[in-house]
Design a protein around this ligand. Structure first.
Ligand SMILES: [Zn+2]
Length: 73
């Protein structure tokens, strides 16, 4: 999957090891085949809710011309 380097990509995770949400305050397990987000900038998996928030926050930051950091929401 090739994506814009700062993209939060909507994916369905499939693999042997189920990832947990990269948001330190969430850490929810992402069930296989469940919709979630892949942060292509940091190569992290977020659950759907956190991914949505992060994608929105990042879009706003980019609009304001702010640098994008690996912020834990
Ligand atoms: Zn989460």
């Amino acid at each position: 999957m090739i994506a814009n380097s700062t993209k939060m990509a909507e994916i369905r995770y499939s693999g042997r090891d189920l990832p947990s949400c990269a948001n330190a305050k969430c850490r929810k397990l992402v069930p296989e085949q469940e919709l979630c987000f892949l942060d292509t900038l940091w190569d992290r998996i977020y659950c759907y809710a956190c991914g949505l928030c992060l994608r929105f926050a990042r879009k706003r930051a980019m609009q304001r011309g702010e640098p994008i950091e690996g912020v834990e929401a």
